[in-house]
Design a protein around this ligand. Structure first.
Ligand code: ADP
Ligand code: MG
Length: 208
């Protein structure tokens, strides 16, 4: 089940590879799709080696290591570190609910910030990942069904990408474009949205 969710994400990244590189070509060096596809292929190989009973911790660990070791550029190692940190906060008893996702996204954001020192508003993947994390916090989930929470999180992710269009980049390669980066979505924010949107779709279809 968890393996299937990860495979759905891998497929989504591979099919949007060119789109992600096109976004990066506008405010970077045009390789984000290629980097993400390299990560997706490495992740696919890594989880193929695990048996079907592998738990969420083992899967996140294998994917995180594969991404960290195989993907160059800025985003790959940040995603890899984030996934490895997320692996630390889950175990074989973890259930798929808002409290678990709050811990998982909190761990990812912490690891990405520790390495990359970016804040919300710098026009990076964090403009999507931080709002996703917020929606899973207890104060934002009371009286909501899990499905509603996922819808809120997906909307927050989409709004995060829209937000990146309105601001200049302050981290990574896009920061060299300064004010000229306004008007374009951040490619890393878009890859985070694509991956999260895919997970939400998978969860909604499979956990009713
Ligand atoms: P590179 O910039 O080395 O070519 P990619 O194109 O694969 O690497 O990734 C670019 C993405 O990395 C950006 O769109 C942005 O979302 C993300 N990024 C860059 N710097 C940071 C940072 N310091 N913290 C978080 N994300 C970052
Ligand atoms: Mg790039």
């Amino acid at each position: 089940m968890i393996k299937d969710a990860v495979n759905a994400v891998i497929k989504a990244i591979l099919s949007d590879k060119d789109y992600l590189s096109q976004l990066d070509a506008k405010i970077g060096d045009g390789d984000h799709g290629l980097n993400m596809a390299r990560g997706a292929n490495a992740a696919e190989e890594a989880i193929e080696e695990l048996d079907d009973s592998a738990n969420v911790k083992e899967i996140l660990q294998a994917v995180g290591e594969a991404v960290l070791m195989n993907v160059g550029g800025t985003a790959g190692p940040l995603y890899g570190a984030g996934i490895l940190e997320a692996a630390k906060v889950v175990d074989e008893n973890s259930t798929l609910d808002a409290a678990t996702l709050e811990k998982v996204f909190g761990a990812m954001v912490t690891a990405i910030q520790r390495r990359g020192h970016a804040e919300k508003g710098d026009k990076t993947m964090l403009d999507v990942l931080i709002p996703i994390h917020e929606t899973f916090k207890a104060e934002n989930t009371s009286d909501k069904t899990f499905e509603q929470i996922l819808t809120d999180a997906r909307d927050a992710a989409r709004d995060g990408v829209e937000f990146t269009k309105t601001i200049p980049a302050r981290r990574g390669r896009a920061s060299y474009f300064g004010e000229k980066s306004i008007g374009f979505e951040d490619p890393g924010a878009m890859s985070s949205l694509i991956m999260f949107r895919t997970l939400c779709g998978y969860w909604k279809d499979n956990f009713k």
